[in-house]
Design a protein around this ligand. Structure first.
Ligand code: ATP
Length: 140
């Protein structure tokens, strides 16, 4: 049985997560407040809806409570990212992954109950630096 996911925020990061999960046959509910972004995912995700995730009632109406894993990929709007995460923790979502923009954002997200906080630019920079070092070791 395919696992159920929701991706909130369909920018470059959230969009890429949504595409990959869908390609792997997962059931994905794609959410964004921007209509154009949502239209891009109509034929990719199982469901794509225009909604503001800072509105608790809207999230409830979308049946977010029944989703096992929610990924919050709201980029620049830290306030919206934090408020969305608080709502999701209040609704007792099993697993919440959130994209952090900076160290303060990351600290707050950990405090308010996000299960996994990712910092894609920093994490990818670290991985690439390590792969550069290990490739150089093999080269010499
Ligand atoms: P990335 O850093 O991954 O490239 P981005 O730069 O596109 O993403 P943003 O545009 O700040 O990042 O946010 C990602 C998406 O989140 C946008 O498509 C935006 O419409 C959506 N978004 C922001 N706030 C909300 C909200 N409250 N509810 C739903 N979607 C939201």
């Amino acid at each position: 049985m395919s696992k159920e996911f929701a991706v909130i925020g369909l920018g470059r990061f959230g969009g890429s997560i949504c595409r990959e999960l869908s390609n792997e046959g997962m059931d994905v509910l794609a959410i964004d407040k921007n209509e154009d972004r949502v239209n891009e995912f109509k034929n990719i995700a199982s469901h794509a809806v225009i909604a503001d995730s800072t509105d608790e009632e809207t999230l409830k109406e979308l049946g977010i409570k029944n989703i096992e894993h929610v990924i919050v990929a709201i980029g620049d709007n830290i306030q919206a990212s934090i408020l969305t995460t608080v709502i999701l923790t209040d609704l007792h979502i099993k697993k919440i992954t959130v994209k952090a923009n900076n160290d303060y954002h990351e600290k707050i997200l950990n405090r308010i109950g996000a299960n996994q906080v990712v910092h894609p630019e920093r994490d990818m920079g670290k991985r690439i630096a390590h792969s550069i070092i290990s490739n150089n070791i093999l080269d010499y």
